[in-house]
Design a protein around this ligand. Sequence first.
Ligand SMILES: [Zn+2]
Length: 590
Amino acid sequence: MLAQTSPVAAQAVATSAPVTDVRYEVTFTRANGERRQVGSAMTFTVGGTDPVILSLPKWTPGAYEISNFSRDVSNFAAEQAGSSLTWDKLDADTWRVRPRGVGEITVRFDYLADSLDNANTWSRTDFLLFNGTNLFLYPEGREFDFPASVSVNTEAGWKVVTGMTSVGARRYTASNYHDLVDFPFFVGQFDVDSTQISGTWVRFATYPSGSVTGGARIAVWEALKRVIPAEVKVFSEVPWTTYSVLQIADPGYGGGSGLEHQNSHVDVLGPGMLGTPSLPSLYAHEIFHAWNVKRLRPADLWPYRYDIEQPTALLWISEGITDYYADLAEVRGGIINAKGFYEATSDKISQVDQLPPTSLEDASLSTWVHPRDGTEYIYYPKGSLAGLLIDIIIRDASNNHASLDDVMRKMYNADYKNGRGFTNDEWWAAVSQAANGKSFADFYSRYIDGREPFPYDRVLPLAGLRLAGDTTRVPQLGIASLQDSAGLRVTEVLAGSAAAAAGVQAGDQLISVAGFKAEDSNWTDRFRARYSREAEGTELAVVIKRDGVQQTLTAHLHFVLRIQSKVVEDSRASAKAKRIRSGLLTGTTN
Ligand SMILES: [Zn+2]
């Protein structure tokens, strides 16, 4: 919490009159779906005529960006005993309602449900995804510890799935506002089934109906049954009573994105991602967040605030270390083998190598402004690699008696279980303790606070691994691109590249290359696999859209030599290094 000490700052925070008996109602019928508007109502009791000041969050925890959900609000209205109340706005996302006296008040608004974004609200004629951060107002300047119920008013035959505690037909309850907005909902027609994993029920809900069926659905369940127990083992505890994987596949979306919650996560995917190895990795990442960030969380993010950015220099731990554990859960659960783990690690090394040197702390703090130099998400791969190095150093210093798993479990018990977030000092003290008292001060100043290249040559051999150079000849078009609402947008065309010669320009929307649709998140891999042995100069049709007009350009296949670092097993590894390597891959210590 930020302390408001100066009189000027104190004036800036409005305090609502107290409200009690808070109930929310979400209305989504077929008619709502056709208009892409969802109805939100909040009913509460007041004790007098003092103004009630209600705010809507600016962001959804986990999606570290200011989204200003109030922009999607329309038709705001307030009423008491059947007649409307006077209201005005105090700021862009705060409404001031003037009660006529003691009694019950209902405020309502419509919310535009057309944002295909797991932090937002999105509808089709038969389906709604909503997040409480978009629809549930809170009384400004008051504690967030008020209990509330949620009723969902929808078509009789439609389904409702959420992680929120059910207390009746389409009625749910949460004991405080932080929880209330941490349970996204699926409402409408979609597929859902469930099974028991690690002693708890896990649900898999997929929209549209039929998007994940047969063997593909069995494969998802197989992946969940492998990664969840591997992650539970790190903490020796399942933190949820049920867990829901809520997944949307839509052709309007490129790639894939997940957003974590305490007992669920929401994945939004382009259909091209279904059935790819990226999917188990995404699930493993989001589910690990149930411990790391939803519960074990940097003190800067504890408690969450909804009216302001909450930067933390420790996001690399919450996101990067989570990504490291996604790889570990996959190899420990048997989804990938050791070679697959080395390949995932090698990919991360090359991603980081291609970006400007950026410190993990700086990248963590900067995420809120989405830096445009390519480093916006560097804290994922680089934080993951930091996790690997720290894990190896701990295992080496402790003769493989301890690991990063012990640090995660100890912090979880010491901080989350005591109702608080953790600090940088606490993190490094726990790391050092696991490493038999070894100091990480130098490691921290060079590689976490600093921008020095990671010491792979010194650390990897401690786990019987080393970096080998691997030169490959790869077809290269020579563009940088970014997924936006319209599709894959070309952001940069390399001078002298095949794309430049073909006339591709920055700002073009890329539709397809040599028949490979750009909406498929794996199109570059597929393109390279198909053309790696074709002749230099082979003609390729490049379909783009510029100023709304589709055009087909002709590019000529061009190869570049790529030198990539690959993690491989060290044939000269000592017995100790082999023990560490095996412990890391299997989740064990000696
Ligand atoms: Zn994450």
